[in-house]
Design a protein. Structure first.
Length: 207
């Protein structure tokens, strides 16, 4: 096998960097060469930060958001409204909603959406833990804040059916979030208004 670069160490670095989403080998090479030009302590700091992140970050046992403790700061905060739970697809969606400053409840991160084409079914998502959370009591409203895509809406409907027998109001974001849009790419003002003007999920079934 022909070695692409003169240095095996450089080639190994490029190979690992190219595993990142959206990073091809050309971009990975540019990153690697940039790091070589920087002071050694800068590269070491990057390495320590990545190792520290992998070793220190876990997932909240309640909402499955990232956390450095067993229960994340949002779930453990006495100032948050525990009666309202906002269901999102990913950790990035939590960050997007938090930036709006319009939501004071708690979250539940599914870890994806139902997508048969990608081999993702309900059992691979944190849907059972959401149902158990509602069954435990104290939750009065579940906000479905998944992306307005076919997969997101399929997941919305599945969750709505699972929660149907429980005493909880199920709502969804107002349609300020355009069909096909993902939450993380929606601007903060639109997302904030969609949260404030959320509607009962049942209304979407009558369209």
């Amino acid at each position: 096998m022909t070695q692409e670069f003169a240095s095996t160490l450089l080639e190994n670095a490029v190979t690992e960097l190219s595993r990142l989403p959206g990073v091809g080998r050309k971009t990975a090479l540019r990153y690697a060469l940039h790091l070589l030009r920087q002071p050694q302590e800068q590269s070491e700091a990057l390495g320590r930060a990545i190792i520290g992140m992998r070793e220190g970050i876990r997932y909240c046992s309640v909402c499955h958001n990232i956390s450095e403790t067993e229960i994340c700061p949002i779930c453990s905060s006495p100032s948050r409204d525990g009666s309202t739970v906002c269901v999102v697809e990913s950790v990035k969606d939590v960050m997007s909603i938090e930036r709006t400053g319009q939501f004071t409840g708690l979250y539940h991160v599914l870890g994806g959406v139902i997508s048969p084409m990608d081999g993702i079914g309900p059992d691979q998502l944190e849907i059972d833990s959401l149902v158990e959370r509602v069954k435990a009591g104290g939750v009065r409203e579940v906000i479905l804040a998944l992306s307005a895509t076919m997969e997101g809406e399929t997941t919305d409907f599945y969750i709505f059916r699972r929660l149907g027998a429980l005493q909880v109001e199920v709502t969804q974001l107002a349609r300020g979030v355009s069909v096909g849009n993902e939450i993380e790419y929606t601007d903060e003002i639109t997302l904030g208004r969609s949260l404030l003007n959320r509607t009962p999920f049942e209304q979407s079934l009558r369209r």
